[in-house]
Each structure stands twice: as structure tokens, then as C-alpha cells.
Design a binder for this molecule. Sequence first.
Ligand code: GLU
Length: 469
Amino acid sequence: MTVRVRFAPSPTGMFHVGGARSALQNWIFAKQQGGVFVLRIEDTDAARNRPEWTEGILSALDWIGIARGSYEGPYFQSSYAGEHRAAAQRLYEGGRAYYCDCTREDVQARTGPQQRGYDGFCRDRGLEPGEGRALRFRTPDEGETVVVDLVRGEPTFENKLIEDFVIARGDSSPVFLLANVVDDMSMGITHVIRAEEHLPNTPKQQLLWDALGVKPPIWAHVPVVVNEKRQKLSKRRDKVALEAYRDEGYLADAMRNYLMLLGWAPSGDREIVPWSVIEEEFRLDEVNPSPAFFDEKKLRAFNGDYIRALPVADFVEACRPWLTGTETIAPPPWQPEEFDPAAFAAVAPLAQTRIAVLSEIVPNVDFLFLADPLIDEAAWAKAMKEGAADLLDAAIVAFEALESWDAESLKATLEAVGAERGLKLGKAQAPVRVAVTGRTVGLPLFESLEVLGRDRTLTRLRAARVRLV
Ligand code: GLU
């Protein structure tokens, strides 16, 4: 039997990191089993779907390594409406489903507001199909539904506690529960790996598989992803969109490594591992069923490690979208013609060890490309205290006289200027740094000045001095 898994997102919003995690788990499982990964876009909620969300899913999957063309699909659930209706009809004709004209108010009037679920009122009324009549599945009165779940063992549900649930609405459109099962069946899905949120649907869906006469799949309900308050990650409250992390400058390799640690860990005392190790070692039955904490701080640290591990040339290349801007990344503050690739290449190794996400490259290097630095006024106020004017004057004179414009000579010179005024190098650096870069923190100062060059450095020091008059 060939293993066939599917990832079945609904295109109703940005692509959620939890979804990306499930997609990767499906992807690896298929690969390990010599199986097939199917992508199915569940686009039956016409009011909430948008084509750009579908495109967002495809490009985000591509980004984390599930490349277009290397899987089966995408299939679109909306193309199979005929099959969904036919299955509903079959269940009705086989006596496994019945029509119901109860409104919610009718049900509540009979059962009281406390009781949840449907009371089975129409079970034996023999209603014909008709406008406004929902089709309900007749759940067995006895027995249990045992779900075989690779992550959770065998969750068992008493059938008498499962209500007669709706499979097609009053306008005869099939609901998600049924459409999802029918598609899994016709696509030959053998393993359903999806988020824990769907576990309550599973006994109902398994009953549908049974009623439609097909052996149900093996399930794996992977843990819900939560924030630091142990709340389920929500798109209204938390940063959940994979695209947002991509555009901030997380590396795809760091991201997918981190996502795979949500509920699982590779062997040994390590978390940062090559993707090939994850592909080899990941096991669904080792996934911890408890909620998995999405720790953005840890992800940032991870990303910094991944950035530092890049060959410099790859780092330079990886920074490019932030240096130029793209459709989804804002352009930098300088004009394209102001950018100097050689100057960037010269400081890139210094920046590489200092940033945790690639977007941070821009404030670190903008002083090199802008005609005038962007002065942070708070930094200015902090650095340009008493003595700053005198120090800048002396630095200007000393820098003008420098024979060789290199980091080492610049450092020795400023050190001497500071010492004459009883200042340690750190204190002497502050006004110079703010005058030249606009900020109190950034790349090592003297290397920065070397790359910026004598003329531009002196122009900025003089401009700052004028401002201090
Ligand atoms: N379309 C469903 C969702 O996005 C997926 C259901 C499933 O994986 O079975 O939640």
C-alpha cells in the first residue's frame, strides 16, 4: 500500500505557522514512507476564501521547502461538489442519514438551553428532501468509535454521545466534515496528519468512512500551538503568519527547523540540526501530544545562529530583498543608485554576527548609502553632552592629518584624542558615532569609518559640529 498523506488548508487568511508545521510533518512522513504528499485547498467557504490566500499558501510552502511541482496537486475542494452531494445522497438512500426541519430554537425549546447537540427529533419522521431541510447523519446508538492515532494512542468515543450531526445544509450544500472525508477517500489518503483542533471531528468523520464503506485512514493529531500565556495562537492576537516571519528576515532553514521542534526533538542534546537529520529522525509516534509553545524569542536566537553559520557570500545574497525592497518588503531609506555593493560587501561580515533577523541589516548599514545619516534625536541628546564639541573639533583635526585611512589608525587616533581629555575610548566614540551614523549602537565604529571614507566622515563630523554651535 502506498502511503498517501495530504495537507488541506482553507484559504481564509494568512498562512498560519501551525499549518506550516503540519505541512512539514506530512511532507517528512510521506518522504520517509516512500509515499505521496497531496495538497488540497479546501476552498468551499466562498464567503471567506480569497485567491490571494491560496497563492500565499503555495508561495509560503515553497519557501519552507515544499516546492511547487514536487507534490500532487493542488486540488481544489470546490471542484468536487458533485462527489460531495453524491455521497450525501448515498447516505440518505442507504438509510444512514435523514432530513430534519428543526430550527435551533425548536431544539432548544425541547431540550433546554443547557443541553448541547441535537435531540434526534426527526430521526424517524421520514421527511422527504426539501428546501430548508438539513440532512443529518444517523449515528449508531451503541458501541464505540476507536480512533487509531499515531500521536494520541486510541482515543475512544461512545457513539451514543455523538449527536446526529448535519452533513448537508438546508440549501443542500455539504458541510466541511463530509466534503473533507469524501475528498480524502477519493484521493486515496491513508494517513491524516493534522492539528489537534480537529480531534473532536474525528469520530464523526470515521463514522462517515464506515458508513460509506471504506476503511478509515490512520490519524495523527499533532499538538495545538500556543503562545507564552498558553493560549492557542490566534491571528487576531499573535503574529501567526509565516509570511510575516519571512518578510522580517527569518531564514527558511531556521524556520522549518524551529517548526519541527514544536512537540518533537531530534536525538542528543541539540536543537539546531541539518534538515537531513530531521528528515531521518522525525517520528510521529514521538510527538508529544501536549500543547507546543511557539517561543518567538527562541526562534530569533535560532535565526541568529543560522545567519552566523552562512558563508558570507550567501549572507550578502540573503540580505538582498531588504537592500532593494520587494513586493512585500518595504524599500530601504536610500535610493537604488545610492547603494554601493562594494561598501556593503566590506561591512557584511561585521553585520552578520550582529543581527538576528535579516531586516535588521537596514538600520545597520543605512549610514553608508544615505547622503546624510538619519539622526536619532534621542541618541544625539545622549551623546552630544558637554565636551562633545571640543572632542569633535580635535577628532576632525586629527583625522584630517591621518596618513593612512584605516580602522586601526582611526582607532589609535581617537584613543589619543580621548586620552588627552581624560576620556576612555567608549566615551570618546559616542559623539563620533552619532555624528557619522546617527545612532548610538551599530557596527564597529572604526571599520565603519574606514569603509565610509575620509571625505564623507569629515563632512559629517563638521556638520555635527555646526549643529553644536
Ligand atoms: N481545511 C481544514 C483546516 O484548514 C483542514 C482539515 C483537515 O486537515 O482535515 O483546518
